[in-house]
Design a binder for this molecule. Sequence first.
Ligand SMILES: [Zn+2]
Ligand SMILES: [Zn+2]
Length: 469
Amino acid sequence: MPTQQANAAPKAGSSEPLRSSATKHDPKKPHITETPMTRRNWYKHVDWLNVFFIIGIPAIGCVVAFWTPLQWKTLVWSIAYYYATGLGITAGYHRLWAHTSYSASLPLQIFLAAVGGGAVEGSIRWWARGHRAHHRYTDTDKDPYSVRKGLLYSHFGWMLMKQNPKRIGRSDITDLNEDPVVIWQHKHYIKVVLFMGLIFPTLVAGLGWGDYLGGFIYAGILRIFFVQQATFCVNSLAHWLGDQPFDDRNSPRDHVITALITLGEGYHNFHHEFPSDYRNAIEWFQYDPTKWCIWTWKQLGLAYDLKQFRSNEIEKGRVQQLQKKLDQKRSQLDWGVPLEQLPVMEWDDYVEQAKNGRGLIAVAGVVHDVTDFINDHPGGKAMIKSGIGKDATAMFNGGVYLHSNAAHNLLSTMRVGVIRGGMEVEIWKRAQQDNKDTMIVKDEHGNRIVRAGAQVTKVIDPPASAGAA
Ligand SMILES: [Zn+2]
Ligand SMILES: [Zn+2]
């Protein structure tokens, strides 16, 4: 009931049964949200009706509960009805109507529309329109509950403060406008919400075991509070806590805690990537009771056409995100000066400098300054010194010792130049000129990827050279 009010789009007009005069406004006049909040006008920015429904009534319920003994039958009923109404939102409002991720038989539709109404979160039509805008405009100003405006805003601030209906992004709900159950529930929303939210849970406890007041307070008011807060977490917690295994450009995240609170809606990074999949959790061990219910309804013949993305598509997304993370990690490491940025040296110049005491070693046409490394060389000082001023390609690649992958990596951090006409370097340069990717693999930022064993200094079957002799 509360949510219906503040966010009714202007187009809905008279068909919105719950639009109060407080939220109706002349489109020519500036909306209250267009005036900055001050100490004098702050109360005009607050949607007091929603504050009463979302915070006021539960607060009164808490006080009255203090004098209302909680019977165990009422407790069990409250919890059961909590799950039923929560499911009305997750399996009904969200996965069935907002995303059409499966089809439901008429009895199941009526059940979900009824218990979903009992969660007191607006009509299906209103809810699905906002949710589709949320998916379409995630994290932007057009997102009705963008987490970029703060965690509390995305949780319920967007309902407690007045929103400018012009700001919220448009979404297509023509399919819902043709759905008789959706339209019926929207037209009779006040009756649905009063009956399913309060009267029905009170009657069950009252007629069942004579606990009318307990039914009203616990299965009615307080249960509404808990189910609202839990489902609000899909907009707040699910955009704030957890991992992003499929895409990290936007805020949706996966976390088991969110899943536990929201009847399985916690795998929200997956959900934003594959919104029409009837599942939120794709692993069998992940908690998604909404998915289990939909699957069970299918076995009972109540649900059909369950939509599911191919695991090939899902894994592609996961691999690409892993690759992105890997690229970030790789870009933080020192892979040596890129070959194309190294100065070109003549062979004679290289020999000359080495003779003059600089610890230069050429491997595969790349010159390395090992002066500071001579004392640390695991193979001993004499060995490394014997390569100075020579073509050490073959020595390094098995002629004397077949150096490890780590050694090639370390060597690359010492490179200071390339020799004109140096063999591997020349091949590499030619490949780059011909723009052939065969030898140079780059990540999305253009950084070269150096695979293990594919360093430029790694030469299989090196020709015997003078230096190695
Ligand atoms: Zn979301
Ligand atoms: Zn969704």
